[in-house]
Design a protein around this ligand. Structure first.
Ligand code: T5A
Length: 207
C-alpha cells in the first residue's frame, strides 16, 4: 500500500511536533530505516515561496479563502514533487502537518465549510492520506507559554481565542478519524510522549 509508511504530526503551535518528529526519526534511523522529514507549509522550492507569503506579517490583506487555497497549493506541490516518489521507494515520510492542519486552522478556525475543504484536500493531495497521525494535544495557554518571546508569524499572531478554536477543530477531527489519528496528551514530558509514540510505531510496523 503506497501510503503505509506515511506518518503525520498535528497539533497547535508549540505542541511539540518538531521535537517528537526528531526523536522518532532518530529511532527509525537507528533501525537502518530510511526517513524523510517534510515540513508544512514548505518542503519544496515552490512550497517554501508559498510559505513566505503565508507567514509574512505584512500580508494583512490576505483573504481567508486565499490563505486556505495557498496552504493546499503548497501541499499539492509537496505531494507531487516529493511524497509520492519517496513512498514509492519505501522511505518513511514524516510530515510536520498535513491536511488536518488546514481543516483545523482554516476550516474550524474561520468557520468555513469543512466538507468543502475536505473535498479540495482530496483533489490537492491526489487522495493521499497518512496511514498514521499523531495529534499532540495542548491548550492554547501552554502553547503561548512554550513559544515564549519568539516573534510570532502571521498565523501565530491570531491570538488565544483563535488557537483554542483550532484546538477544538483538531479534537473533532481526531474523533472523526480515530482509525488513523492517535491523540496524545502533549503536556507530558518529551520522553513520555516519545515512548508512547514509539510503542504505536513499533506495533504498527512490526519492529
Ligand atoms: N498552518 C499550517 C495553518 O494555518 N494551516 C495549515 O494548513 C498549515 C500546514 C506554521 C504555521 O502555519 C499554520 C500553523 C502554524 O501557525 P510553523 O513555524 O511551521 O508555522 O509552526 P509550527 O508547526 O506550529 O511549529 P512550532 O515550532 O511552533 O511548534 P512545534 O513544532 O509543535 O513545537 P516544538 O517541538 O518546536 O516545541 C516548541 C517548544 O516547546 C518545547 C520545545 O523544546 C520548544 O522550546 N517542548 C516542550 N516543553 C515541555 N514539554 C514538552 N513535552 C515539550 N515538547 C516541546
Amino acid at each position: 500500500m503506497l501510503n503505509n509508511r506515511f506518518i503525520s504530526f498535528e497539533g497547535i503551535d508549540g505542541s511539540g511536533k518538531t521535537t517528537q518528529i526528531k526523536l522518532l526519526q532518530e529511532r527509525l534511523l537507528s533501525l537502518d530505516e530510511k526517513v524523510a522529514v517534510l515540513r508544512e507549509p514548505g518542503g519544496t522550492l515552490i512550497s517554501e515561496k508559498i510559505r513566505e507569503i503565508l507567514l509574512d506579517n505584512k500580508n494583512i490583506n490576505l483573504s481567508n479563502e486565499s490563505e486556505c487555497l495557498l496552504f493546499f497549493a503548497s501541499r499539492s506541490q509537496l505531494v507531487a514533487e516529493k511524497v509520492i516518489s519517496l513512498l514509492n521507494k519505501r522511505i518513511f515520510v514524516i510530515c510536520d502537518r498535513f491536511n488536518d492542519s488546514t481543516i483545523a486552522y482554516q476550516g474550524y478556525g474561520f468557520d468555513m465549510d469543512v466538507k468543502k475543504l475536505e473535498a479540495i484536500s482530496e483533489f490537492a493531495t491526489f487522495n493521499m492520506h497518512p496511514s498514521l497521525t499523531f495529534y499532540l494535544d495542548i491548550c492554547s495557554e501552554k502553547s503561548f507559554e512554550r513559544r515564549g518571546k519568539v516573534n510570532s508569524d502571521r498565523i501565530e499572531s491570531k491570538g488565544h481565542q483563535y488557537l483554542e478554536k483550532v484546538r477544538q477543530g483538531f479534537l473533532s477531527i481526531s474523533k472523526k478519524h480515530s482509525d488513523r489519528i492517535i491523540k496524545i496528551d502533549a503536556s507530558l514530558t518529551k520522553q513520555e510522549i516519545s515512548e508512547s509514540i514509539w510503542l504505536t510505531v513499533k506495533e504498527k510496523y512490526d519492529f
